[in-house]
Write a protein that binds this ligand. Structure first.
Ligand code: 2AL
Length: 239
């Protein structure tokens, strides 16, 4: 008799179906066979998350996706991943379920510091850098993070990894290694998940995709039997 598979739900809070499929494919590759990876995205809402306003809508989509998965018949996910670099709704998500919830920014920054000393984030639009900086401070990585670089490649240009977009992102990663003295690159968007290998080959340093990092860490936590603390801050909110 085979054991029940571990179930991980990846939540892409934008409405891009191709991006959701890329995210699922990475998750399944990292998790390997015998782990059930599902990837969901909302049917309504912003097609990309690139502003504070979209971030709020994304946070709501994350909490709703977790609620829906927990109410559905059949076994609930053992862990959830917020597949958007602003980690929208992470705290609320941890109130919503006791299953571990990982944000890709938080997971990627942790992973980066396990394989190098200094990382730079290479991301999409300049306007998202404020949020990225806030997250670096919130997670306590201000010593390790030596650069936040915007490429001005919009999220939706990443849906199909257009050659021009890949070239710009590669140049930015190379500049981070050269000018910031980064020895690890953190990808600042879930839509970059399929560029990890290409960029690692181009730069010669580890390139961390938060989708892959979150799935690996979520699996570890599930296998350790570790769930989110429900004491104080992350206690379930009043009905
Ligand atoms: C993102 C991301 O990961 N998904 C999305 O829609 N926007 N992040 C970003 N920095 O643009």
């Amino acid at each position: 008799m085979s054991a029940d598979p571990i179930r991980i739900q990846l939540i892409n809070p934008n409405t891009s179906v191709p991006m959701t499929e890329k995210i699922r494919a990475t998750g399944q590759l990292v998790a390997g066979p015998g782990v059930s990876i599902t990837a969901v995205c909302p049917s309504k809402g912003p097609s990309s998350i690139e502003s504070h306003t979209e971030e709020i809508l994304a946070a709501q989509a994350v909490v709703e996706a977790i609620g829906e998965a927990e109410r559905a018949s059949g076994p609930s996910p053992d862990a959830h991943v917020i597949a958007c670099f602003g980690d929208p709704g992470l705290d609320a998500a941890r109130e919503t379920t006791g299953a571990p919830v990982l944000g890709i920014a938080e997971a990627a920054m942790h992973a980066a510091t396990l394989v190098g000393r200094h990382f730079s984030v290479v991301t999409t639009l300049d306007r998202t850098l404020g949020r990225a900086e806030d997250l670096v401070l919130r997670y306590g990585f201000e010593r390790a993070c030596v650069g936040l670089r915007a490429t001005e490649v919009p999220v939706l240009a990443l849906e199909e990894a257009e050659a021009d977009a890949v070239a710009v992102i590669t140049d930015s990663a190379l500049a981070a290694v050269r000018e910031d003295r980064a020895d690890v690159i953190v990808l600042g968007c879930a839509g970059m998940t399929d560029l990890c290998q290409t960029l690692a080959e181009a730069t010669g340093v580890p390139v961390i995709d938060g989708v892959a990092a979150s799935v690996g860490m979520a699996l570890g936590l599930v296998r350790m039997g570790t769930r989110t603390s429900r004491l104080r801050e992350y206690a379930p909110p009043k009905a």
